[in-house]
Design a binder for this molecule. Structure first.
Ligand SMILES: C=CC1=C(C)c2cc3[nH]c(cc4nc(cc5[nH]c(cc1n2)c(C)c5CCC(=O)O)C(CCC(=O)O)=C4C)c(C)c3C=C
Ligand SMILES: [Fe+2]
Length: 413
């Protein structure tokens, strides 16, 4: 069953709501109640009680990891780590710590300090007064986690998923360290940037001695009223994705099945490409040139020859080098969850350093993604305006069950 996006409230939220409503609400022993239980569940009562996206909690536990087919939050941090230990038990300890931390932070709670003023606080503190903000955390394992220089680092090589690998180089790539690979990763997403940063910061902090940060990328995307977000070239980006509710499509496209080791069944592969976008060059190109690049109209997002965004793409109407036409002709589907980024000024050009942190999820990157990357790298008109500067692939374990820790079935047994 698909992970349900229930709206649960932390103890702190309930206290705030009860004060706001002036009602003497009972807080269960677990400290958690569902919003519907409090408000009767109607949109009107939710609005009256001040519900917003920021007060929503997304479940940390479930059949699949959160943050994959979850409707995109506004902010993202993607952090890749290298492990500095050779000990499997240290890695297990790290994931136990991260599981407890993740479950707590997703509820909008932070580590409590039990009164020793002479020690550093357990939590970094910047999220103390903030809401859960639909915080999700998604954990992945890169190829170098399983094997490095031919060495079975943690004794789990036999459980290496079938398709996790370094994405092969493509002729136009200009990959720059440190944005290449990584032993493990965490994608953190939330509707409040400070909540997302707090989470990633506390994961980094608790990894000291076991894993060090290799690279980190922040990103943002705005999805007004659930509409398709626009990228920094001003085009709707994500139109062809299966809807977040279409569980059948997710089984077809995203979730790995029987062909994979146990811990990966219901998991998926995360592919990341950091893609620089030359905004100044793009901004000087004509509207027709821009629309020919994607084979779609800029304002409506409609494919060439059609009227509405979600009208079917007619390949006969697509320019031979359009991004949409080339991707669609591969006959493959992937689930894209990209975020725009800005990184200050590009030291080489003096232009804004900006682009797209392209993230896609798929059950078989060898079949679905790599042929697409190959075609696009050779023929895509978009290449006139972009450059791939970072690359990584991670295998994301199936969802976490209560009582277990992240990827326990990989790390034990
Ligand atoms: C290898 C996969 C892809 C890369 C890399 C990629 C980069 C990239 N894409 C855009 C903007 C758009 N992409 C759109 C569609 C689209 N893109 C891919 C794959 C990659 N994109 C696919 C599979 C599709 C869907 C094709 C289809 O079946 O119709 C679109 C059109 C609207 C949409 O469907 O989302 C835009 C816009 C940028 C800016 C970019 C790199 C910077
Ligand atoms: Fe694309």
């Amino acid at each position: 069953m698909e992970q349900t996006e229930s709206k649960k409230y932390s103890r702190r939220d309930l206290l705030k709501l009860s004060l706001a409503a002036g009602a003497g609400m009972a807080i269960s022993a677990s400290g958690i109640g569902t919003f519907a239980a409090i408000t009767g569940g109607s949109a009107k009562s939710e609005a009256a009680a001040g519900k917003s996206r920021n007060t929503s909690v997304l479940p940390f536990y479930g059949q699949h990891q959160a943050g994959i087919v979850t409707p995109q939050q506004t902010y993202m941090y993607l952090a890749a780590f290298n492990l500095t230990t050779g000990s499997r038990s240290s890695v297990i300890q790290l994931y136990k710590t991260w599981t407890a931390l993740g479950a707590q932070m997703s509820m909008g709670d932070t580590a409590e300090d039990k009164g020793n003023d002479w020690l550093p606080p357990k939590d970094t503190g910047e999220a103390l007064d903030l809401q859960p903000s639909r915080l999700t955390m998604t954990f992945g394992f890169g190829p170098s986690f399983f094997s490095q220089n031919g060495v079975d680092r943690f004794g789990v090589l036999e459980k290496m998923p079938k398709h996790v690998k370094d994405i092969p180089p493509f002729p136009r790539d200009d990959l720059q360290q440190p944005f290449i690979g990584g032993d493990i990763c965490i994608q953190v997403c939330a509707d409040d940037q400070q909540v997302a940063f707090h989470a990633v910061r506390n994961f980094i902090k608790t990894a000291v001695g076991t894993a060090e940060l290799k690279w980190m990328q922040s990103g943002f995307i705005s999805t007004p009223d659930g509409e398709t977000p626009r990228n920094l070239f001003g085009f709707k980006d994500g139109t062809a994705n299966a809807s977040p509710e279409d569980v059948h499509a997710h089984d077809e496209i995203v979730w790995a099945g029987e062909e994979e080791p146990d811990w990966m069944k219901g998991g998926t592969y995360m592919a990341c490409r950091k893609i620089k976008m030359f905004l100044e060059v793009w901004d000087r190109s004509s509207l027709k040139e821009q629309e020919d690049t994607f084979g779609r109209k800029k304002t409506s997002g409609a494919p060439y020859g059609k009227v509405k965004e979600h009208d079917t793409v007619d390949l006969a109407q697509q320019p031979s080098t359009s991004h949409t036409g080339l991707a669609k002709r591969t006959g493959q589907q992937i689930y894209r969850r990209a975020y725009s980024y800005t990184d200050g000024v590009d030291a080489k050009t003096g232009y804004v350093d900006a682009g797209l942190m392209f993230i896609s999820y798929q059950k078989n990157p060898d079949r679905q993604l790599l042929p697409m990357l190959e075609v696009l790298s050779k023929q895509d008109k978009l290449n006139e305006y972009t450059k791939h500067v970072g690359s990584a692939m991670f295998a994301c374990a199936r969802g976490i069950q209560k009582g277990e820790y992240i990827a326990q079935a990989l790390l034990e047994g």
